[in-house]
Design a protein around this ligand. Structure first.
Ligand SMILES: [Zn+2]
Length: 302
């Protein structure tokens, strides 16, 4: 994977290979079906992003020169690389709905939750979470999608995408945003607007949040799922709230991620929705693969 933002940047190209090494170590690869992404075309990206912004990404990708945005360096060829990443999320979505082969599908190279429709932000260029939710609604006749994001950072791009939309319920658990990027959003009083009012929730967590606090904040999830009845649950499973990851100050261990992924699988069994799990933050090895791996184990065991 050439998704590498350069020396000194947390987003390094070997991140996914190292996670796969851990999956292998944990014996998970024998129980997973690994599929190649089918390359999407630009019209799928347009399900969320503006044509002008897509064009700008293409230009930057060709020249590698323009100033690109917050915390995303310019990289030659980035358009094709990120297109492949979004393609993997769309392919995963196809496997749980249209073709219906699986109850759970995962794209660890996804979860780009900070990108806006017209702007790259926080390492994120195209927001595959928003694109895929729109793809499910507009191309696959899915009526209701719930997005649960538990990356250490607020899923602000995803919140923005569906803030006035009652059919995509967006929920984000993250470190108190007054202490961490993106700073300007992720507070409890952001509950959606217009028709979307009541379909957005934020759970800010204390900067030193431990497993017990994290787990207790998920108490309301069973009821929210029961009431909303999503057909598809999209997870943004960033693990940068780990105590080993210095990008946040949260102090989570594997136990927290094991608990929440197990909870989702119990709820899936009860309510019959499908789950699409996308990657997210986490920049320390072997922690990244281990903390994703414990979640994959629950997806396999369900
Ligand atoms: Zn993050």
């Amino acid at each position: 994977m050439k998704l590498d933002f350069g020396y000194g940047h947390p987003m390094r190209g070997n991140r996914y290979d190292k996670a796969l090494d851990e999956f292998r170590e944990m014996g998970l690869l024998d129980d997973l079906t690994i599929e190649k992404p089918r390359l999407i075309s630009e019209d799928v990206i347009r399900l969320y992003h503006t044509p002008e912004y897509i064009q700008r990404v293409k230009e930057v990708s060709e020249t590698g020169e323009s100033v690109f945005g917050e915390e995303v360096p310019q990289i030659k060829g980035i358009y094709d690389i990120i297109l492949l990443s979004v393609s993997a999320s769309i392919t995963a979505a196809d496997y749980i709905v249209g073709e219906g082969l699986f109850d759970v599908a995962v794209n660890i190279c996804g979860g780009w939750h900070h990108a806006f429709e017209n702007k790259c932000r926080g390492f994120c260029i195209f927001n595959d979470v928003a694109i895929t939710a729109n793809y499910l609604m507009k191309r696959k006749n899915i009526d209701k999608v719930m997005v649960i994001d538990y990356d250490a950072h607020h899923g602000d791009g995803t919140q923005r995408a569906f803030y006035r939309n009652p059919w995509v319920y967006t929920i984000s658990f993250h470190q108190d945003p007054s202490t961490l990027y993106p700073f300007r959003s992720g507070y409890e009083d952001e509950i959606g607007e217009g028709e979307g009012k009541g379909f957005n929730r934020n759970y800010p967590l204390s900067p030193l949040c431990d497993d017990d606090e994290f787990i207790s904040k998920f108490n309301e999830i069973p009821e929210l799922i029961e009431e909303f009845k999503p057909e598809v649950l999209i997870l943004q499973m960033g693990v940068d709230g780990s105590r080993q990851c210095s990008i946040s100050s949260m102090r989570l261990t594997k136990k927290a991620y094991d608990y929440v992924s197990g909870l989702f699988m119990r709820l899936q069994k009860k309510h019959g929705f499908k789950t699409l799990a996308l990657g997210g933050g986490g920049f320390v090895h072997p922690m990244l693969g281990q903390h994703w791996g414990v979640q994959l184990q629950n997806f396999i065991d369900k």
